[in-house]
Ligand binder design. Sequence first.
Ligand code: NIG
Ligand code: FE
Length: 419
Amino acid sequence: VRADLVIRNARQLITCAGPAPFAGPRQRELQVIPNGTIASEAGLIVFAGPDAEWRHVAGPATGIVIDAAGRTVLPGFVDPHTHAVYAGDRRDEARRRLAGASYAAIAAEGGGILSTVAATRAASDDQLFEASRRRLDEMLRCGSTTIEIKSGYGLDLDTELRLLRLIRRLDLNHPLDIVPTFMGAHEVPPESRSARSAYVETIVERMIPAVAREGLAEWCDVFCEAGVFTPDEARTILLAGQRAGLRSRIHADELASSGGSRVAADVRARSADHLIFATSDDIQVLAGAGVVATLLPIAAFYLKLGRYGPARALIDAGVPVALATDLNPGGGFSPSMPFAMTLACFAMGMTLEEALVASTINAAYAVGREAAVGSLEPGKQMDVLVVRDDPMDLLRVGAEAIELVIKRGSVVVERPGDS
Ligand code: NIG
Ligand code: FE
């Protein structure tokens, strides 16, 4: 077997191999190879298995060889829900939340998403590109190697298209792989407040066709919540997206129980996200429809909601669970998948194994990239993290346990280890 990159002798090689998604008891089955070696050629994995086996099949050593003795090697994280392209910031709102104001109250006063929409519309392409690129660098340093990004801070045809073109430009100019989502239904724009149905019509009749014509998105997302889009509106928009070739995902039951989970099941969305207020009936409905639950504990934490998505009940009901950061200027204050995993483990009752599956193969499945990334198997991309010691170290927030981030066979982040 020819290889231009080999990582040898990991204490544990965590592959997450197997058919996606991992649901129920399988959500804990990481597939760990002790003394493992992984090899790639031209960015694609050609071998993942015991080092003893590699010694038999290895071709002449020509490329880079990394000694991973004592380390854990695992798939790069996939972050399946971000709003990383925006201008301005809302640190002032975070300060107000610290003083006791709620996210909903701040949004009702014209803060929230609409204040970012104003800043984003006013920004130039280059300003947006630079600000977003820095956020992507942060995510990469935290171990994400594929991320989803939504539009949704434009809310008019021109700005939404501009944001999706910027997402494409970022994908082409940054080591991260980016999965693009159209989210014109993130909020009702200020100029349409008295004409809501006309805005839904604009999304369906003008925005979705234009996005599809230019091939700018793979997914369509809607914020289904009281005061934002109703379940009926969400259904209409998501089905229009499907007719144009955009697959469905949805923000559901984030701030209250609002019917979003049912919409997800009705339209056969790939993923229902947040679910903080999903009921046990909602959970059964999601399980029956094969929808992935993407949980975003970072948002729940920084919004001070005092509760989290029902991870345990979802897993027990057989719903595959994924994790994401929800990076955004409101509650998505952290770019770190390891921080999302930490909250999942220490505030939501998930095990480390479940959180790792949720951040790799299930997250890849949540964005439809399960054939290319999310697990370490021959034919998939060589997107790999080398972690000092044990994967439990990922949960030591601030300890920088990730020594190497490798994207398509290239080292893109390198932190000096201490041995
Ligand atoms: O996922 N819920 C809607 N969207 C984001 C918040 C975006 C914002 O506040 O700017 C979310 O939490
Ligand atoms: Fe979101």
